[in-house]
Design a binder for this molecule. Structure first.
Ligand code: LLP
Length: 432
């Protein structure tokens, strides 16, 4: 466990969180390198080393920085990017382009051109518009792109509706309508500039149940079957996306990776044996599962407002600018007062942020010891979609990110400054 309590103080990957708060100021994102290492080890043991011909790519949208690219590369994973900015970050970090995958439902011509010229390993084509655009770009650059088709498998998902992606009514993926998907497959097979490799699906996020993955798998295998029978062409890769759930609070009961992987691999192996095919290459794309529990956020408590018989609001020096998930998805988090981590919990408070927005509530009704100004609050499992979804609402600055490992701490993203926020502001001459 990277989380420990010693003398009533919270330690994270060997670091005293109170000292981190003092040294780097708050709000502060803290990322445990050992937790990432442990997760990647589980990926290798339960998937990459257990099953031959497999790949794992980290969905970088969950958390990306130059240092993170280095860790992911060292741990033997590939990287999934979904924008020119993520792609640029990976390339600047020296991440091998052939280990990159490019996802996204509206890749622009310039983003696709970037990907083609860098030689990105796989482009996950999301729609037929993109297929045409990519073919044109490859033709003009005289290059070939290796592609998977992202399909919309049309399965029911048990998670927040904003983070489901695999249901029929979705902006993501090619609908399984024969007038849409079949001509696309045919075109890709015939194209001189596109190498059609296989299919991709991603059903949703923060899942504790493998049934939607398995249902989507059936749909994908039927499509593989169809492609072989109709066109005599054998797709060789299947990317089953990410979405594996983590623990935010006591209500979450996350499963080991093998709970998702084993039945999926078993089904694909049976399919390939029955069809007399070489085993397909299987790819997973976890984001949250790798980084979510590796991150905590430290805040300093400021104003405390007790409304008699109604609610006690405890405000922190951050909020929906560094963690928009509670406001956007009613996401729940657990937290401790890092300097009173062993004290009995005697009150129930609501942790709110400092943004001018009533919905800027980080945790509703959490039990804590007696909270006072200047206490340090540590919110757990903020590694995924915290920093990556941070914003400058109210011109609050985006916090720094510190990497911790066995008691060592290193800054990997500097805190934004007020000057940083003004860097792109311009005042036309006539207004000066
Ligand atoms: N692959 C694809 C194609 C995806 O669209 C996603 C997430 C992933 C992989 C990684 O999913 P994960 O393993 O992290 O669940 N901002 C939301 C999550 C949006 C996820 C979008 N796609 C949140 O904070 O919960």
């Amino acid at each position: 466990m990277v989380k420990k309590i010693e003398n009533g103080i919270l330690y994270f990957d060997g670091c005293n969180t109170l000292e981190l708060a003092k040294k780097y100021n708050t709000p502060l994102y803290v990322i445990s390198e050992n937790e990432i290492i442990n997760r990647c080890k589980e990926i290798r043991e339960s998937f990459l080393n257990k099953y031959p011909n497999t790949k794992a790519v980290y969905a970088s949208k969950a958390f990306l920085s130059l240092a993170m690219c280095k860790i992911i590369e060292r741990e033997g994973l590939g990287l999934d990017v979904v924008s020119g900015g993520e792609l640029y970050t990976a390339i600047e970090a020296g991440f091998p382009a052939e280990k990159l995958e490019f996802n996204g439902n509206n890749k622009s011509a310039s983003e696709l051109r970037m990907a083609v010229s860098y030689g990105v390993g796989r482009i996950i084509v999301d729609n037929t518009f993109e297929l045409d655009l990519l073919e044109e770009i490859c033709k003009s650059e005289n290059k070939t792109a290796k592609i998977l088709f992202r399909i919309t498998p049309g399965v029911k998902i048990n998670t927040h509706k904003y983070i489901t992606t695999g249901n029929k009514d979705s902006k993501f993926g090619i609908p399984l309508n024969e007038n849409i998907i079949y001509p696309a497959i045919e075109k890709a097979i015939k194209s001189e500039h596109i190498e059609f490799i296989g299919f991709h699906y991603h059903v949703g996020s923060q899942l504790h149940d493998n049934r939607s993955h398995l249902a989507a798998l059936e749909t994908s295998l039927a499509l593989v079957n169809f492609t072989i029978d109709k066109y005599g062409y054998t797709p060789s890769e299947l990317n089953i996306g990410g979405g594996f759930g983590i623990k935010y609070t006591e209500n979450d009961n996350p499963k080991p990776l093998s709970y998702f992987i084993d039945p999926i691999m078993d089904r694909i192996e049976r399919f390939c044996t029955e069809k007399n095919l070489d085993m397909m290459q299987v790819i997973i794309e976890p984001g949250r599962w790798v980084i979510g529990e590796a991150g905590i956020t430290l805040y300093t408590i400021g104003s405390i407002k007790d409304i008699p018989n109604i609610r006690k609001y405890v405000a922190v020096d951050g909020g929906m600018t560094d963690n928009i998930r509670p406001a956007l998805y009613q996401a729940q988090y657990d937290a401790v007062i890092a300097n009173k981590a062993s004290k009995p919990k005697t009150e129930t408070v609501t942790i709110c942020g400092k943004c001018c927005e009533s919905g800027d509530i980080l945790i509703k009704d959490i039990n804590t010891p007696n909270v006072e100004a200047d206490d340090i609050l540590a919110v757990f499992s903020t590694g995924a979609y915290g920093y990556s979804m941070s914003n400058n609402y109210n011109r609050n600055v985006i916090p720094a990110v510190v990497l911790v490992n066995d008691g060592n701490d290193e800054l990997i993203v500097k805190r934004q400054s007020y000057q940083d926020m003004l860097r792109n502001d311009l005042v036309p001459e006539r207004l000066r």
